[in-house]
Design a protein. Structure first.
Length: 641
């Protein structure tokens, strides 16, 4: 049967699944042009996840305090009646806008991700605006190109050089990385950390945090002043080039070198070879999750245009219109989405009285966990979570509804990396119900008669495909279909690539990318990237492969009398955690690294007990996880008595 990995991952793998003698087996679909018949280490273990004995099997109602895991088992009928009753009461007492549906991309199926919103749009409830992942980069690219949709990765083999800028692709975009390797495309990496991708690259430029903007502007300065750019392309297709040229004249390469940590000779080396090889850049999500991230992405995105590429970056891919599945047309009141980074604030203020959560585990993935947990503990709020497992979020809920997996339902999924739509067929049956099933049950209990809320999954899929001009029969036959890309233009005010950004000016920003220094209260910059064997909080409980250590530079450790393997306390204004130190030259001085979003209920904490919940206001209220500062001290055992 055709399956598709629904995880929040670039690759969106095509899978061939079989359920035989009570066991699920999976393998990569060898016919898919991007994922090529092999699965990443996480995907290969999907049967372990599916067969986990920890899967929720029956609905639960909280009996004790939030977080205590004190629940009573109830029937589906009783659970749905209670949730519907609370929805009605909340609307009557506080109005529809006091209801918030919180979801993210824990499951990216078109139906499973979007369909529940039909009910909440019908109720005129609030939705969450998804600014926690890649918002700053999205806004930055719109400032320059009018869109964050870049290069089709199937074009990678036609190029000589790809630069992975702020992305550990060997862990998070393995199929893209192997596509470049297989086709002998030269690979460079720009990053703060010497990642596994950096170790497998022919060149590695290790920059200091927040200096991406300066490094990129320095490269642009050298390229332009030495004539290493496509003059004809720039003349025809770039807006504000002369103004930008004058702007970068004011920048000192010695200053750029000092701030970035990259020697002037290396800046020249990057500039000349990038020009000669007409490089493309995969812009990562990590470095834009910071106070300096939007400006950094703006600057980096200019470089491919200098060598003559219309869209020479990889960041996002919008393949199909999925709006029908969501059903905003069911609203009778204007939508007022809540910025995702304001969740704790909205709970504290009392404006949210009913919280419905699916496809997400914010009690592991959200920053400043202590604040969010206190808000939920103290608020007059009713929380419902629909999930496969008893997550930390479920532990803080009033009602927990068991979900099923993508191996148990019909759906389709697209990718934010490649241009393929994949079919997902049910291959097995397990406990739990899909998001769309629960939506219909709630609608029925609420007495809603609107037919759009009762469409079955296949009907929704067929309609979405029809709207996008995709043959359902072809998809059923092949398991995936490539959506052709139309002739592309730059939807900017000038209709060109804007080195002088009119959109940025309109938002009160400089027309050119600018460098600002940011400092915290503590001496060490904490970065919290994705771990190889998890996708945010997913798989920690089932795969059991985590790395909870804090990675430190030897000199920072020596100053604190910390040795490899020592137990340490990591602390800042948001909280403190106790872990073990790993001393390594892969991390530069002044920086520490802890991998993100393991389950606090299993580990006792995670890095988000330390991360900041500050917002990048000028870039869509984006997250700033990586603008977190901490200190580390050697742990001493408390004295007895």
């Amino acid at each position: 049967m055709f399956s598709a990995c629904m995880r929040d991952c670039y690759d969106t793998c095509a899978i061939i699944s079989e359920f035989k003698n009570g066991k699920l087996t999976v393998k990569g679909n060898p016919k898919h042009p991007i994922t090529r018949g092999f699965l990443c280490p996480k995907g290969a273990l999907l049967p372990k996840w599916f067969h986990s004995p920890e899967r929720l099997k029956t609905p639960l109602i909280r009996k004790g305090k939030r977080g205590e895991n004190n629940f009573a088992e109830v029937s589906w009928e009783e659970a749905i009646k209670l949730v519907a009753k609370k929805l009605k009461e909340t609307i009557e007492k506080f109005g529809s806008e006091s209801i918030l549906v919180y979801r993210y991309a824990g499951d990216r199926g078109v139906v499973n991700y979007n369909f529940p919103l039909r009910l909440f749009h019908y109720l005129n409830a609030r939705t969450i605006e998804s600014g926690i992942c890649d918002r700053a980069g999205q806004e930055a690219l719109k400032d320059v190109y009018g869109t964050a949709v870049g290069l089709d990765p199937e074009e990678i083999p036609n190029h000589k050089l790809i630069v992975y800028w702020g992305i550990n692709a060997f862990w998070t975009n393995l199929h893209g990385f192997m596509l470049a390797k297989r086709n002998n495309v030269e690979i460079w990496t720009v990053d703060v950390i010497r990642t596994e991708t950096a170790k497998r690259s022919s060149k590695f430029f290790q920059i200091k945090p927040d200096t991406d903007v300066l490094f990129a502007l320095g490269i642009a300065k050298v390229m332009i002043e030495n004539g290493w750019y496509d003059k004809e392309f720039v003349k025809e297709n770039v807006y504000g080039f002369e103004e930008f040229k004058n702007y970068i004249k004011t920048l000192s390469l010695d200053y750029i070198s000092k701030e970035t940590g990259i020697e002037v000779e290396k800046i020249f080396e990057f500039a000349q070879e990038f020009w000669e090889k007409r490089g493309i850049i995969h812009i990562g999500y990590g470095f834009q999750r910071s106070l300096a991230g939007g400006e950094g992405v703006r600057a980096v995105s200019l470089l491919p245009a200098l060598v003559g590429h219309k869209f020479g970056f990889i960041y996002d891919m919008v393949t199909i219109d999925k709006s029908y599945a969501e059903g905003k047309f069911l609203r009778t009141e204007p939508e007022n989405p809540l910025p995702q980074m304001e969740l704790a604030e909205a709970i504290e203020s009392g404006e949210i009285k009913f919280l419905y959560i699916y496809n997400s585990n914010p009690l592991a993935s959200y920053p400043n966990q202590n604040r969010l947990r206190r808000a939920l503990e103290n608020a007059d709020i009713f929380v419902v979570t629909h999930d496969i497992f008893m997550t930390d979020t479920a532990l803080y809920s009033d009602v927990v509804l068991p979900a099923n997996t993508f191996f148990e339902r019909f759906d389709i999924v697209d990718s934010y990396y490649h241009r393929y739509v994949l079919l997902n067929e049910p291959v097995a049956k397990g406990p739990g119900k899909s998001n769309s099933e629960v939506t219909r049950l709630l609608a029925k209990e609420l007495g809603i008669n609107n037919p759009y809320i009762y469409e079955n999954d296949e009907e929704v899929v067929k309609k979405v495909l029809e709207i996008n001009g995709i043959s359902f029969e072809e998809l059923k036959e092949k398991g995936f279909v490539k959506v052709p890309q139309k002739e592309r233009v730059w939807p900017t005010p000038s209709g060109k690539i804007e080195f002088y950004s009119q959109r940025a000016v309109k938002r009160g920003l400089s027309p050119f990318p600018t460098y600002k220094k940011f400092r915290g209260k503590y001496p060490l910059r904490l970065l919290s990237p994705t771990y190889r064997m998890t996708i945010t909080s997913q798989y920690h409980n089932t795969y059991g492969i985590i790395d909870e250590k804090i990675y430190m530079n030897p000199k920072d450790a020596q100053e604190r009398k910390i040795k490899d393997g020592d137990k340490v306390i990591v602390f800042n204004e948001y909280g403190r955690v106790i872990t073990r130190a790993k001393i390594t030259e892969d991390v530069p001085r002044g920086v520490v690294v802890m991998y993100k979003a393991f389950w606090p209920s299993l580990l006792g904490w995670n890095v988000n007990f330390l991360t900041t919940d500050k917002k990048v206001e000028e870039y869509g209220k984006a997250s700033a996880f990586h603008s977190t500062w901490v200190d580390v001290t050697l742990y001493s055992e408390p004295e007895e008595g």
